[in-house]
Design a protein around this ligand. Structure first.
Ligand SMILES: O=C(O)CCC(=O)N[C@@H](CCC(=O)O)C(=O)O
Ligand SMILES: [Zn+2]
Length: 347
C-alpha cells in the first residue's frame, strides 16, 4: 500500500482516520533541508539537515481525553510541516492513542500508561489493541534514539498529560524513578521555564511511558501534567504559551535563558505511597472535587479497599491522582509529602 499523507492534509486528522496504526513509511524533504518521516499514524519525525545535540520526543494522547497536549503537538507539527518553524534538533512527535481520542475517553480497553516497560506483554499478553500500540510506541522510541547521529547526545522525552481533577499546583511534572541517579538542575529549570515548578519524585519503577524512556534509554523523561482534562476547543491555550515557547526553542535549538538555579523556585514532592484498588468494594473518603495536592491530617482515613483502610501516616501527606474507578490491581491514589529542594541530590 503506497499510502501518503498529503502536505495539505492535517497530520492529526490523518492519524485519527487510522486510529490503530497504518502501514506507511513516508519521507519528504522541506525547503530548509529538514527531512520529515512518517513511520505510522501518530508517529512523525523531523530531522534537520544539521541536527543539534538534542533528540527530543514529545508524546501526547497516551490518554485520549487529555486534549490540551494534543492541541499543542498538532500546532507544532503543522508549523514544522508548513515551514513556519525550522527544526534545529531531531524531534519525534507521538500521538499515542488515537482511538481513545476518537471516543473522547482516557482509554478504549486498558490504561495505556500502565502498559510500558513490557507490561503490554505480561499476563494475558497482547490481548488488546492498546497493548499492541504500546509495544509499537516502545519500538518507535528505540528506533528514534538509536538512529541518532554518533557522538554524545542529549535525550529528552516529555510525555504530556492533563489531570482529571483540579490541582493546587495547576502544572506539575512527574520525575520518574532514577534508580539513584541524581536529579538535574537543568531539567528542573527547563520545567520551570514552562511554568511547571512543582515536581513529584517517583520512588520506584512504574509502567508509564516516561519511566520507559528513563530506564531503557537513559533519557531525561518526564510526565507533564499541564492542566485539566477538557474537551477539544475548551482549553484556554493562553495557559500553555510558556510550554509552547520552550518546546519551540528546544525544537529549533534556540538558546533558553534559564538564569541561575534557585531551589526555592520549586515545590518538590516525594511520593510516599501508591495505593492500589484490589477489591470491588473500594472507596475514597473525600469528595470527587478535591484538588490534587490537598493535605489531610494524620490519622484521617483516605481510602478503604475491602477491609483494609489507609489512614494518613505522615504530617503534611497530600493526595495526587485519586481515581476510585480504576481497574482492580491498578493505582487509585498517590500520596506525597513536600520536601526541601536542598534535601535531594541535585547536579
Ligand atoms: O488525573 C489523574 O488521575 C491521572 C492523570 C494522568 O494520566 N497521570 C499519569 C501520571 C503518570 C505518572 O505517574 O508518571 C497517569 O496516571 O498515567
Ligand atoms: Zn494522562
Amino acid at each position: 500500500m503506497n499510502l501518503r499523507v498529503l502536505s495539505e492534509q492535517n497530520f492529526l486528522t490523518f492519524t485519527r482516520e487510522h486510529e490503530w496504526g497504518v502501514d506507511i513509511d513516508q519521507t519528504e524533504c522541506l525547503a530548509d533541508g529538514t527531512q520529515v518521516e512518517i513511520w505510522d499514524s501518530g508517529v512523525i519525525v523531523f530531522t534537520p539537515a544539521n541536527p543539534g545535540p538534542l533528540d527530543l520526543i514529545l508524546s501526547c494522547a497516551v490518554h485520549g481525553d487529555e486534549t490540551a497536549p494534543i492541541e499543542i503537538c498538532d500546532e507544532l507539527i503543522e508549523q514544522l510541516r508548513q515551514g513556519y518553524l525550522q527544526s534545529g534538533n531531531r524531534v519525534m512527535f507521538l500521538i499515542a492513542n488515537p482511538a481513545a481520542i476518537n471516543i473522547g475517553k482516557r482509554f478504549v480497553d486498558e490504561n495505556m500508561n500502565r502498559l510500558f516497560s513490557g507490561a503490554h506483554s505480561e499476563g494475558e499478553g497482547l490481548v488488546n489493541k492498546e497493548r499492541v500500540r504500546a509495544q509499537k510506541l516502545e519500538q518507535y522510541v528505540a528506533r528514534f534514539y538509536e538512529q541518532a547521529p554518533a557522538g554524545k547526545r542529549q535525550r529528552l522525552h516529555y510525555d504530556m498529560h492533563t489531570a482529571i481533577r483540579d490541582s493546587q499546583h495547576e502544572k506539575f511534572a512527574v520525575y520518574p524513578f532514577t534508580h539513584g541517579a541524581p536529579y538535574k538542575k537543568h531539567q528542573l529549570q527547563l520545567l520551570g521555564a514552562m511554568g511547571v515548578n512543582t515536581v513529584l519524585l517517583h520512588e520506584g519503577p512504574t509502567t508509564t511511558f516516561s519511566y520507559f524512556s528513563v530506564r531503557n534509554f537513559a533519557a531525561d523523561a518526564f510526565t507533564l501534567e499541564l492542566g485539566k482534562v477538557r474537551p477539544f476547543g475548551h482549553n484556554d491555550m493562553h495557559k500553555f504559551a510558556a510550554v509552547k515557547e520552550v518546546l519551540q526553542k528546544l525544537i529549533c535549538n534556540q538558546e533558553l535563558k534559564l538564569g541561575n538555579f534557585e531551589p526555592s523556585d520549586f515545590h518538590i514532592y516525594q511520593v510516599l505511597r501508591s495505593i492500589n484498588r484490589t477489591q470491588q468494594d473500594f472507596e475514597l473518603n473525600f469528595p470527587d472535587d478535591v484538588a490534587n495536592f490537598t493535605e489531610f491530617a494524620v490519622g484521617y482515613e483516605l481510602a478503604r479497599d475491602g477491609d483494609k483502610t489507609y489512614p494518613v501516616q505522615t504530617q503534611g501527606e497530600s493526595i495526587i491522582f485519586p481515581n476510585a474507578k480504576v481497574a482492580l490491581g491498578q493505582r487509585a491514589l498517590i500520596t506525597v509529602v513536600e520536601v526541601d529542594a536542598d534535601q535531594i541530590e541535585l547536579v
